[in-house]
Design a binder for this molecule. Structure first.
Ligand SMILES: [Fe+2]
Length: 173
């Protein structure tokens, strides 16, 4: 075994089906009151519920107009389930080279592989709550901008926190 392969994680990543089942199950736990939820209009509230060699799970609340920047999740696949409220998800669609925006309502689950580029935002007045999972656990995020039909990477950061403030994209671009 080479030194490189020896450093690889020994735990296989979760499948997309397992990721969706996980976020859906944890969303049910949140609805049942098993996890405390807060909201912060100044900075998107989030807490990590689980982190091991295989997966990390986050509980996030979104007050009105809170959202991410257009990003991917490095080499991680993932899933999210909306617990309550409604989110708007804009997904970069390769081939069509457009951002396609869809509402994600309470109970909806979305799964995605690596290279998935999206922007999630609460455009409703009511606070939204969602559960997110990443496998392998999140270690990198890339941030993008769209100019016409062109996707441009603005910045790449190593992080284990999907809610860390995005870098100053204008300075990074
Ligand atoms: Fe994301």
């Amino acid at each position: 075994m080479s030194p490189m392969s020896a450093r690889r994680p020994t735990v296989a990543p979760l499948s997309l089906a397992d990721l969706a089942a996980l976020t859906s199950t944890v969303a049910d736990e949140v609805r049942a009151g098993l996890h405390e939820v807060h909201a912060d209009a100044q900075s998107r509230w989030h807490v990590r519920l689980r982190c091991d060699d295989q997966v990390d799970v986050w509980l996030i609340s979104w007050t009105e107009d809170q959202g991410t920047q257009l990003h991917d999740h490095g080499g991680s696949s993932g899933a999210f389930t909306v617990v309550s409220g409604e989110l708007s998800e804009a997904v970069w669609t390769p081939g069509a080279e457009v951002l396609a925006e869809s509402p994600r309502s309470a109970g909806d689950s979305v799964v995605f592989g690596e290279h998935y580029v999206h922007d999630v935002r609460n455009v409703q007045g009511r606070t939204a709550v969602s559960v997110h999972a990443y496998s392998p656990p999140l270690s990198q995020m890339n941030y993008y901008d769209v100019d016409g039909h062109q996707l441009t990477r603005l910045a790449s950061v190593w992080t284990d926190d999907p809610e860390a403030p995005a870098p100053d994209l204008r300075a990074a671009s």
